[in-house]
Ligand binder design. Structure first.
Ligand code: XMP
Length: 526
């Protein structure tokens, strides 16, 4: 069955991804295409409607992004947002006024016509005693634009205004073209979700058939068709993306998938065992666990520079992975947990480029072994990957895991990396996480971990003077890892962590809590 789909044309807005997400939240599939995609590609995608995103340009800029005029002849509904609105007006014969000053932030939208796009937004004020409805239909919206529409194009009429924008929304109901000066996709627009819902269901007449179940069935079929009789290899890190990829590919092709898990010697305590157990016992997958820890630690010996640590671990990983992959006969594909944001970042507005994640840069490997990529998650956002994992029956422990960096404990064991120092760090790290989980804080925190500092401090234990290591606890809240706040963990929880670490981890006599935010600090210490 062909699903109903909405196509988003990207004109470079920082919110473009959000538009697609909002559509998908309604169980309607949505994909983002660059603004200059060919008409044929749009036809092939066969959308029930098109949304033109915002963007930083002015339609008067030299080289402003302009899409094919013929999209307006496809006979499907189109919604322009911000720059998308101005472009629509510009292309269809309206008048766009150059910005005198930018309008940015919250604004009160007054709805002049509450049919179609604004249906039910907001609910009508109650009837007055005389039976008439009093007051205006107002709702808060988020503006971020320079230029604005001065004259609607032929066939359009204004349907809403704000104090600063006499034409804040326009509609051509005959052709089903709509345009908004504000951003319905951001949370600050009070009724944004409803506006998008109205467009998707009432105007485009989509049916909500895109569910994770249907995604799984389609993905499995596509994987089987693509792979044929060849084998697939997949690198497992223990993180959400690679684990879900592996489980999904395994569901599709069973034992034709071989997973490789490289123990690089800087993993958390029992990490390798846990991942292996989960995939082997619960999912009966073929998994090769390679204990390359000695090899990694030898290379890391005496290295203190964080970037060198990263390079060594990245390069060594590729080497070990390659050696193992070479041992498998008839391998034709490499499965990778590339997500939609990675794909958009590389192919969208900024122009086409390679789509391989840099920290898993296996480009050389692909060439050498002549492998092709299988990326079954490349249409999904992170939260959708988690839903998919649930649907596939994966345990919460994997699905809701905090991110863990590729270079692992190497960038948390500040300065020199030795087996002994790593052991101290691992034991402290286990305690931090145990206490975070006991206090039911794990789900509220982006990342929590221990860091072993390269300083010793004086202490006293019993009657004896000690001169031992310092552990720093780092815990942050964040939405995307780009910015972060230090987590305000209750003192008693911090107290327990400190007590336990000093009592249970030999070689530590002091614990400190990191209270720096990002920026200017980073989440990791190195
Ligand atoms: P920072 O320390 O830059 O970290 O604030 C932001 C997020 O990225 C993770 N991180 C890494 N992940 N390889 C990775 O795979 C790396 O080299 C690396 N460095 C930092 C970090 O754990 C946090 O989630």
């Amino acid at each position: 069955m062909q699903e109903d789909k909405i196509l988003v044309l990207d004109f470079g807005s920082q919110y473009t991804q959000l538009i697609a997400r909002r559509v998908r939240e309604n169980s309607v599939y949505s994909e983002i295409f660059p603004f200059n995609v060919s008409l044929q590609k749009i036809r092939d995608f066969n959308p029930k409607g098109i949304i033109l995103s915002g963007g930083p340009s002015s339609v008067y800029d030299k080289g402003a992004p302009i899409s094919d005029m013929k999209i307006f002849e496809l006979g499907i509904p189109i919604l322009g947002i911000c720059y998308g609105m101005q472009l629509m007006a510009h292309l269809l014969g309206g008048n766009v006024a150059k910005a005198v000053k930018r309008e940015y932030g919250r604004a009160e939208l007054i709805i002049d016509d509450d049919s179609d796009l604004f249906k039910g937004i907001p609910p009508h004020p109650p009837l007055s005693k005389g039976g008439s409805r009093g007051g205006e239909l107002r709702t808060t919206v988020w503006m971020s634009h320079g230029d604005r529409i001065e004259k609607s194009p032929e066939g359009f009429s204004p349907v809403a205004h704000t104090e600063n924008s006499p034409i804040a929304a326009i509609a051509d109901k005959k052709r089903n073209f709509y345009a908004l000066q504000f951003h319905p996709e951001v949370v600050h627009t009070e009724k944004g979700r409803e506006i998008i819902k109205n467009f998707v269901f009432d105007i485009c007449r989509c049916k909500p058939t895109w569910t994770m179940k249907s995604f799984i069935e389609t993905a499995k079929k596509e994987i089987r068709e693509k792979v044929g009789n060849q084998r697939v290899v997949c690198g497992i890190s223990g993180g959400v993306d690679s684990s879900v990829t592996a489980v999904l590919v395994h569901e599709a092709i069973g034992d034709k998938l071989t997973c490789i898990f490289v123990d690089n010697g800087v993993l958390r305590q029992d990490e390798a065992k846990k991942v292996e157990n989960m995939l082997k016992k619960s999912f009966h997958m073929k998994i090769k666990c390679v204990d390359a820890s000695e090899r990694f630690l030898r290379k890391l010996k005496g290295v203190t520079d964080p970037e060198r640590k990263r390079k060594i671990i990245g390069n060594e990983f590729i080497r070990v992975f390659e050696e193992e992959a070479m041992k498998i006969k008839n391998v034709g594909f490499l499965a990778q947990g590339t997500l939609y944001p990675d794909v958009i970042e590389s192919i969208s507005f900024k122009g086409p480029s390679a789509t391989i994640k840099s920290h898993h840069n296996v480009g050389g490997l692909l060439k050498k072994m002549k492998l092709k990529l299988v990326e079954p998650l490349r249409e999904l956002f992170k939260d959708e990957v988690r839903v998919l994992g649930h649907e596939l029956g994966m345990p919460d422990e994997i699905i809701n895991r905090h991110p863990f960096p590729g270079p692992g404990l190497a960038i948390r064991c500040i300065s020199d990396i030795t087996k002994q120092r790593l052991d101290i760090l691992r034991k402290a790290d286990v305690i931090v996480l145990e206490e975070i989980k006991k206090a039911e804080l794990y789900g509220k925190i982006w990342q929590a971990f221990a860091v072993l500092l390269p300083v010793k401090s004086v202490g006293v234990m019993g009657d004896e003077r000690t001169y031992e290591n310092v552990i720093a606890i780092r815990a942050v809240t964040s939405v995307d890892g780009m910015t972060a706040d230090w987590a305000q963990i209750p003192y008693d929880v911090l107290g327990k962590m400190s007590n336990r670490i000093i009592n249970e981890v030999k070689g530590v006599n002091r614990v400190v809590y990191d209270i720096s935010s990002k920026p200017p600090s980073t989440i990791e210490w190195e």
